[in-house]
Structure formats: C-alpha cells, structure tokens
Write a protein that binds this ligand. Sequence first.
Ligand SMILES: [Zn+2]
Ligand SMILES: [Zn+2]
Length: 237
Amino acid sequence: MDKIKKRLFELLYPKRIKCCVCGREGKESVCSTCLSQLEFIEGRVCLKCGKGIDDDYDDNVCPDCRKEDKHFDMAFSCFQYKDMGKIIIHKFKYENCKEVACVLARLMHQRLADEGIELDAVVPVPIHKSKEEARGFNQAQLIADEIAAAMDMPLWNCITRTKVTTDQFKLDKIHRNLNVRNAFCINMLYNDVKYKNVLLVDDVYTTGSTVDECSRILKQQGVQRVFVITAATGSNT
Ligand SMILES: [Zn+2]
Ligand SMILES: [Zn+2]
C-alpha cells in the first residue's frame, strides 16, 4: 500500500530536477531544451562504425572502416560529440553529474530499439582503477547499468583495464591504437564465458580503438558477436 501511495504522490507531484547544463527545472537531469540542441546522427550511417556518411558517398562502409578491419560487428551512436553533445558528456564525466547516465542510457536504448539485435549481456568499457578512484565512478558502467535494467539483461562486468592510458583525445590515430593495445584483460572470475552476443557500452566513440581492443579480447575469450553502443561519436575520421 505504501508503495502505491508513494507512486501516486510521485504522479501528482512529479519531482523537479535541475538541468545540469542550463539549470532550468524539469523531469530529467538534462532538460528537453538542451536535449533538442543535440545533433543526432540521422540518415545514412556506416554499417560498421555507425558514423554518418555523405549522401553522395557510394559505399555503405566508411573509408576508415574499409581501410582497417574492426573486431566488433557493428557500432551505433546517438549524437555528435560536439557543441551540446560535448557539453553534456563533460558535465557527466568531469563535473560529477552522475544522473546524466539515465538520460544517455535512454537515448542509447531508443537508438537500439529498432535494430532488432539479439543480445545476451551488457558489458561496460572499464577505466583504470586509479582513474575510477579519482573520478569516483566509471561513466560507462553507470550507463551500462541503466541499459541492462531497461533491456532486462545481465550486466557482465568482465573486462579489467590493466594499463593506465593517456586520454585518447590527446593522441593521433596511430598512437590511439598503440595506447590501448594490451590495456585490457578478461577478469579471471569470468574466464568461463557463457554469453555469445554482447553489447559493449562506452560514452564516446572517436577512432574506435578502445572498443575495438575490448572487442578483440572478448572474441578471444569466446564471445561470438560484439555490438557497440556509445552516446556520442566524433566525426574526425
Ligand atoms: Zn537545460
Ligand atoms: Zn565506419
């Protein structure tokens, strides 16, 4: 009964939350006005990495993915990592706005809804322990938690980051690949892989080196298909 009363109270008096970007009150930690300023990825996208491709480009796979084979099967993303997209991600990661995870997870869940992908588990991209201690949380895991709950799937936190890496955005493409090479391992607790199709979750996709390296070790471990979902994607390929 108490639960029903509580629910009724919430319906009658919905909690007002301050938007972490503009401070306006609303239902979510990013208000609808700020969300409407995101540049969503629409139209033609690369069938491998999910980045937008020009209408007059005569291939379904972008030049970057043509050049270099990726270990994951397909990647999807919601919005461009620039302007409002960048502001929201920065608020989330560097200004301790943890609640943004719910908003991002909702967008990511919606992005996947029409794809009809068969999945068995949700895997977050890990950050190194020292970074997690400094920041207080792993942003990818917060989002992955929400997505797993929304999709009613197990969260499989099976990857460990073993190397402290330089932030990817500070490096060029070749150094990004080297930076994350052998930076991860499968947590020994999960050596006995039981999931075939996994959804790898991260906040931002830039060159894809990080999710690619995670996909490589997941497949080495017996996972058959790896799909990647990120909130934002860069367009610097
Ligand atoms: Zn706002
Ligand atoms: Zn691509």
